[in-house]
Design a protein around this ligand. Structure first.
Ligand code: DAH
Length: 356
């Protein structure tokens, strides 16, 4: 290219650069463009390397033209850099000035009640209204209260129904909330209405429906002339309050050493309304509440005369109830502390997220 052509190219490069700079918004983009234009291997850099190819008498002119173009382009890049920096600073300043410290802050959600706590509170609420005391007992329990006082003597085969965690101090982790029955009888005497929610432990192999740690709530009502009719009425009331509608129930005989007669109370399946589905194993019924009339030996252990008083007791699996109510398919999710398992469950049931 001769000197004239070079000069035309230089002026084209200048106007192309002006156009390109108008669209550049960041310093990174600017540096990239600068290196493609005036950098050593950029367009202008390459032309600089061709000076020696011109006849000696033209080299002075060529050098001058190239240097002048380089000066102009460098100035353009410098100005564009300043413009970009000033724009960024102004954006920051306007961001800062749009902050209004008088607006109320956004409250971060800090959590919600655990599904088991939610059903526990609901059940407590129902029974508190019926005059029941809410009692607690120790999780580390004695063999006497967990078994003997409940009419399960040593070597009784019923001990095998509940695989027990024995502790080195001779005590055990309670396998059910039933021990609170006798403790409450001793503490308060008859007549008595007690509800005892709490954690229980069993040496179980864990799977989707078995956990070694779970929640139950024990109910006990003792008075003169308490009958099975009272038991059924109370259980129907409990299920109506918890599930928000009347459910059909049925009693089947069930064996528990601390009640006589003992029952398994089933409720009509919520999923299929009794028609039969996979959840109820096509039976239309869900086993929900073991219960019965308190065994005379248990009343005696609680220093209550079985000729004067009778009573009923029930043990409700709170963990199971929470799973049914909130549609938690795998029991392991409940003890995992994994919010992906817990929060969606409680959201569908409508409890409020607590905020600080
Ligand atoms: N304690 C029993 C269990 O965990 C449940 C139970 C059955 C409790 C019958 C009761 C009852 O009060 O009457 O398997």
């Amino acid at each position: 290219m001769d000197l004239n052509q070079l000069q035309e190219r230089l002026s084209a490069l200048r106007s192309e650069t002006v156009d390109a700079l108008a669209g550049v918004a960041s310093m990174d983009e600017l540096r990239r463009l600068e290196s493609q234009t005036t950098g050593k291997s950029g367009t202008l850099g390459a032309w600089m390397g061709t000076i020696k190819e011109y006849p000696p008498d033209q080299r002075g002119e060529v050098g001058k033209a190239l240097n002048q173009a380089k000066g102009e382009l460098t100035k353009l890049f410098k100005e564009a850099g300043e413009r970009i920096k000033a724009g960024a600073a102004a954006a920051e300043a306007s961001k800062a000035s749009s902050y209004d410290p008088t607006l109320p802050g956004v409250r971060p959600p800090v959590g919600s009640f655990h599904p088991v706590t939610l059903v526990q509170l609901e059940v407590e609420d129902v029974f508190r209204r019926l005059g029941f005391l809410i009692e607690t007992g120790p999780e580390m329990e004695s063999e006497y209260y967990n078994f003997e006082a409940l009419n399960i003597p040593k070597l009784h085969p019923a001990r095998d129904m509940q695989d027990t965690f024995w502790l080195t101090n001779g005590k055990l982790l309670r396998t059910h909330t039933s021990p609170v029955q006798v403790r409450a009888m001793e503490r308060h005497g008859p007549p008595l209405r007690v509800l005892a929610p709490g954690r229980c432990f069993r040496y179980e192999t864990i799977d989707a429906s078995h956990e070694n740690t779970f929640h139950q709530v024990e109910g006990l009502m003792i008075d003169r002339h308490i009958s099975i009719a009272n038991l059924i009425a109370m259980m129907k009331l409990l299920l109506r309050e918890v599930f928000g509608r009347d459910l059909k129930v049925r009693l089947r005989p069930g064996y528990f050493p601390f009640v006589e007669p003992g029952f398994e109370l089933d409720m009509s399946c919520l999923i299929c309304d009794g028609g039969g589905c996979a959840t109820c194993k096509q039976s239309g019924w869900i086993e929900i509440l073991p219960c019965g009339m308190v065994h005379p030996n248990v009343l005696r252990a609680g220093k209550i005369d079985p000729h004067e008083y009778t009573g009923f007791a029930f043990g409700l699996g709170l963990t199971r109830l929470a799973m049914m109510k909130y549609g938690v398919a795998d029991i392991r999710g409940l003890n995992s502390g994994d919010l992906r398992a817990l929060v969606p469950a409680t959201r569908t049931g409508g409890p409020t997220l607590l905020t600080c």
